[in-house]
Design a protein around this ligand. Structure first.
Ligand SMILES: C=C(O[C@H]1C=CC=C(C(=O)O)[C@@H]1O)C(=O)O
Length: 429
């Protein structure tokens, strides 16, 4: 036998994304992995130390981290409380470039966390030495990830009954818009490598915000779970230069013609119902600006925007927070906007009550918000839609449809099917 005398290269010595992610899972340290829209670099952070709890999201005060907030957040917008979310600190940070090369950065705030950071790194090295080969980065990974859909015989009927009930309530003038959601369950043949699913979603949807968040057992009293999403909807962003952004996104149609060819966004036709549905979201955002007496915003749209296999109507809002001397605008708008009428309805209290009394599942982080806070001096929070919850080999997908008094229950069901396809197609790679 000839022993190899070749020294390992620097690349072979560096851990891969999957080594670090797997170590976070094995050591029960919460972790968040994400890729911002239209960017190549991926980011991963690991939270060390205390168990995660819900805390106020003050974009001006929080040290770098990642927020993931529930849909059903008890904050009362009239009481000027801040929006709450589970908050992962960026104690260990990694940037993964387009070639899968990992660049680490350690940012522990107190000396007491140093032993945890050291122990984590020892575990990562052990995973590498144990011969767990770093898999090639990117969606090109050929590993087949198989899954099957679980049949839910009454799902369609239950959803359509809830839509019909909502339509009757809106025709009776109880509210103007509500978003009703449903779930779809899939079973993986074996526990999937989430970093492969994440890479596939990044490759399939370059314009989406793609994220995977690992929440160990006991976070918010729930079992261990991973939430994976590829969302097209920005909730609140504040860039390093002080520019604030949000969008009004609603109305849905397939991005393809029935023969499978891709539509041009300019050729998308929208019905009165969809135009009205999206206008209600815009009106809601403008209502929030009015509440804080902000007049200096720029409004662009509505325009048709492609989001993977779908198209939506989208209006963009921008504010220069330096020019208007309003540095807290991001924090204030997060509190006012969440949950927007793109995932809840209008008026909000009536729509929320209808959702709570008619949906048969707990939304948890579906239709909540997620994203990095104060990473590279910017915060980007997205509406957490087109998402799934993974528990072991079982994944629950969530999808909702915005309803007005003109909604047709069967069409709305088909819309939620198309929304589930965003993740299903993306994960197949
Ligand atoms: C609530 C969802 O999508 C929202 C975002 C865009 C279009 C929507 C719609 O057409 O109903 C929804 O308001 C979802 O994907 O679960």
């Amino acid at each position: 036998m000839i022993a190899s005398s070749a020294k390992p290269t620097a690349r072979q010595l560096a851990p891969s994304l999957s080594h670090i992610w797997q170590t976070a899972l094995d050591t029960n340290q919460p972790a968040a992995l994400w890729r911002l829209p239209n960017q190549t670099d991926k980011r991963l952070i690991v939270h060390l130390g205390d168990k995660l709890t819900e805390q106020p999201i003050d974009l001006d005060e929080l040290r770098p981290g990642f927020a993931i907030g529930l849909f059903d957040n008890p904050t009362d917008p009239n009481r000027e409380e801040m929006a709450k979310a589970f908050y992962l600190h960026a104690d260990l940070q990694y940037t993964i470039d387009g070639n899968g090369q990992v660049e680490p950065k350690r940012d522990v705030p107190t000396a007491s966390l140093n032993p945890l950071a050291d122990a984590f790194q020892v575990r990562v090295r052990a995973a590498m030495q144990a011969g767990q080969e770093p898999r090639p980065s990117g969606a090109g990974s050929l590993s087949a990830i198989e899954f099957t859909e679980t049949t839910q015989p009454d799902a369609q009927r239950n959803f359509e009954d809830a839509v019909a009930e909502a339509v009757r309530a809106m025709q009776a003038g109880k509210f103007w818009k509500v978003v009703i959601s449903r779930t779809k369950t899939i079973e993986f043949a074996e526990q999937p490598d989430v970093t492969i699913l994440f890479d596939r979603l990044c490759a399939a949807y370059p314009a989406a915000f793609v994220s995977a968040v690992w929440l160990p057992e006991g976070t918010g009293g729930a079992p261990a779970q991973i939430w994976l999403s590829a969302t097209p909807e920005r909730l609140v962003s504040v860039e390093a230069d002080g520019v604030f952004r949000t969008v009004a996104l609603a109305g849905t149609q397939s991005a393809y013609y029935p023969d499978g060819t891709l539509k041009r966004t300019a050729d998308a036709l929208w019905s009165q119902k969809e135009i009205e549905e999206q206008a209600l979201v815009s009106r809601y955002i403008i209502g929030c600006f009015k509440k804080i007496r902000l007049r200096e915003y720029v409004e662009e749209g509505p325009k048709t925007a492609q989001a993977g296999n779908l198209m939506h109507l989208c209006t963009q809002y921008t504010v220069d927070t330096n020019a208007v001397n309003f540095p807290q605008l991001g924090t204030v708008m997060l509190r006012l906007l969440h949950p927007t009428s793109a995932v809840c309805g209008m008026p909000r209290p009536e729509a929320l009550h209808f959702i709570q009394t008619h949906e048969r599942h707990d939304r948890r982080f579906y239709a909540g918000f997620a994203g990095p806070v104060n990473i590279d001096a910017a915060s980007h929070l997205f509406v957490h839609i087109r998402c799934l919850k993974l528990e072991g080999k079982t994944a629950t997908l969530y999808a909702g449809a915005g309803l007005t008094e003109d909604s047709d229950p069967q069409k709305e069901w088909l819309e939620t099917e198309m929304k589930c396809q965003t993740l299903l197609r993306g994960m197949r790679g």
